[in-house]
Design a binder for this molecule. Structure first.
Ligand code: CA
Ligand code: CA
Ligand code: CA
Ligand code: CA
Length: 324
């Protein structure tokens, strides 16, 4: 029920996420010499990273947080860059996230990604649950380009987002999923007489990130190609999520602990050999592909990540469910 509720919240960000997927599909089309259309290959991650990071740093040095909003620094202001409330983290972006030509990258970059800086500015840390990148959050937000123009906004009520989905390859806006976990949710919500509500002490602040964590080379009406962006967010609620319902929280299915949910697939070889759809562990209810669901294996004390240990009710050599 709950995950279904996640999907119905319409918003511009969702539309932009979809746009990114469409742009990716379009970019996959081969050049057609007859049509005269020649596609420009996307730029290399490294070159855009350098330009974007410089733009972000210049922005942070040239702007301040004053009276609830971000504006240009004036005499006596402390810039965002010099403000102790600013933090930074490094997020690895893999060429596969934008279907970039792997010939341009080292084996390490293909496997582990190219590090990019994300900046976050904490106005209020919040007091409630702190989400992980695998969790679901209810937020109010405003998304802006570095010229302060708004490309998306939800200020009334809020919108649910599944951060794990936003982290997925080809989605774009990964920085949103990586930045929100630096905040905690509110301590609760009080309903007002007019039907609106007030979140008590929510996490509140800003996240700034390069285009490789946003829409990268995609051209949209509201965000320039290769444009860094930032979001103001108010984190109202955060819920720990178990996407496949196998009894293991999704964040704990990041088995190699690198904060990326899309490189953990226990039965990758099995899925490959049998031409099954790729299901990473957090979306796979039978992680080791032995026929016995993970949940059943846990309840019986079997190892859910070892295909040679399974429950075999009818003794035919194939794994069965506990209910069989
Ligand atoms: Ca991982
Ligand atoms: Ca799998
Ligand atoms: Ca699983
Ligand atoms: Ca299993």
């Amino acid at each position: 029920m709950y995950l279904a509720a996640l999907i119905i919240q319409g918003s511009m960000l969702r539309k932009l996420l979809l746009l990114s997927v469409i742009a990716f599909l379009v970019s996959c089309k081969k050049d057609n010499p007859l049509s005269g259309v020649v596609s420009v290959p996307p730029a290399k991650l490294d070159s855009i990273r350098a330009v974007n990071d410089e733009a972000l740093i210049n922005f942070l040095k040239g702007h301040t947080y004053r009276e609830g909003s971000i504006s240009e620094v004036a005499d006596g202001d402390i810039s965002l860059w010099d403000d102790s409330r600013l933090g930074t983290t490094s997020i690895n972006i893999r060429p596969s996230e934008f279907n970039l030509d792997e010939a341009d990258y080292t084996t390490d970059e293909i496997e582990n990604g190219v590090p990019h800086n994300l900046y976050y500015f904490v106005v209020n840390p919040g007091v409630g649950n702190q989400p992980s990148v695998a969790d679901s959050v209810y937020v109010q937000y405003t998304g802006r380009n570095l010229d302060l123009s708004i490309f998306d906004e939800v200020k009334q009520g809020g919108s649910w987002f599944d951060l794990a989905t936003i982290q997925a390859p080809f989605q774009g806006f990964r920085g949103f999923a990586e930045g929100v976990p630096f905040f905690k949710a509110s301590e609760g919500v009080e309903e007002n007489l007019d039907g609106t509500f007030t979140a008590m002490n929510p996490g509140h602040g800003f996240i700034f990130f390069p285009s490789a964590m946003a829409s990268y080379n995609t051209i949209t009406a509201d965000i320039p190609q290769y444009g860094p962006i930032f979001f103001e967010i108010t984190l109202i609620e955060a819920l720990a999520t178990d996407h496949d319902g196998d009894g293991i929280l999704s964040i704990l299915e990041d088995r190699n602990g690198n904060g990326y949910l899309y490189d953990d697939n226990t039965d990758a070889d099995y899925e490959n050999e049998n031409r099954l759809p790729v299901a990473n562990d957090f979306l796979d209810a039978d992680d080791d592909g032995d026929g016995t669901p993970t949940k059943c294996e846990i309840s019986l004390g079997l190892d859910p990540h070892d295909a040679s240990s399974y429950y075999d009710a009818d003794n035919d050599g194939d794994g069965d469910d506990c209910d069989d």
